[in-house]
Ligand binder design. Structure first.
Ligand SMILES: [Zn+2]
Length: 81
């Protein structure tokens, strides 16, 4: 089902309608709902990818901290032994 927004009142209407059933304004074929929301979804996916990348960076940083902590502990153990 193809949907689009009325150019005058902004309500969601069937794309096949030549006139808006709410306000009666004539509809010229414009971008449908799918085309209208596609850039938004693309941007959302980009943001999610950025978020994942920064999260991975944070994890790597804390992993480095853990590694140095383990090294420190191991050095104490080896000096005691
Ligand atoms: Zn309308």
């Amino acid at each position: 089902m193809k949907l689009s927004f009325c150019k005058l009142c902004g309500r969601l209407i069937l794309r096949a309608y030549p006139y808006c059933p709410y306000c009666g304004s004539a509809q010229s074929p414009g971008p449908g709902l799918e085309e209208a929301v596609r850039p938004t979804f693309a941007r959302l996916e980009e943001m999610q990818a950025d978020l994942r990348a920064s999260h991975i960076e944070e994890l790597l940083e804390s992993l480095e901290g853990l590694e140095s902590a383990v090294e420190e502990i191991l050095s104490h153990v080896s000096t005691r032994a």
